[in-house]
Write a protein of this length. Structure first.
Length: 165
């Protein structure tokens, strides 16, 4: 698999929506509960500061993505937030690592100084290890901050990294 990380185009939308919805349906990582449609997905990805895809250049298939946007406004507008999704059929192929590293660079290029993840579920060990390998620091733990799909609550662990100055 040859993975290219690039800004999305309209031709990528169907694949992006499919990967995004897979994570939403799992109910163990994203706070969203509503699946994207063609129309809502196009609007959602367009409104981000940057939306990127991980595309397998051999097959043309979208295997992952990230969205990058401000975490807040005004005096805190220099802090970015991002979400990552990798197709379940491609997990373990280091696609997430490529997405995270690209996102850190892109956040700096977009003028953000810090990249912060607000709601990393404590049981999402693979994501937590990835973020720590990439240099993110955990800010603490918010007890019961995430409602899982089955209704029980898990802790969330905010993370951050400096990405631009």
């Amino acid at each position: 698999m040859n993975i290219e990380i690039k800004r999305y185009t309209d031709e990528d939308l169907a694949g992006m929506i499919s990967v995004w919805n897979e994570v939403v349906e799992d109910g163990i990582a994203f706070p969203q509960e509503t699946l994207l449609t063609g129309e809502s997905g196009a609007a959602f990805f367009e409104e981000q500061t940057y939306s990127a895809v991980a595309k397998d250049t051999d097959s043309g298939r979208i295997v992952g993505l990230y969205i990058l946007h401000p975490n807040n406004i005004g005096r805190c507008g220099h802090i970015a937030n991002a979400s990552f999704a990798v197709s379940s059929s491609c997990r373990g192929e280091h696609i997430g690592e490529k997405l995270v590293k690209d996102c850190i660079v892109r956040a700096g290029e977009e003028g953000f100084r810090i990249l912060q993840f607000n709601a990393v579920v404590s049981t999402n060990i693979h994501a937590r290890h990835l973020y720590e390998r990439c240099g993110f620091k955990q800010l603490g733990t918010i007890p019961g901050g995430f409602r899982m799909k089955d209704g029980h609550y898990e802790d969330i662990c905010p993370y951050y990294i400096e990405c631009g100055k």
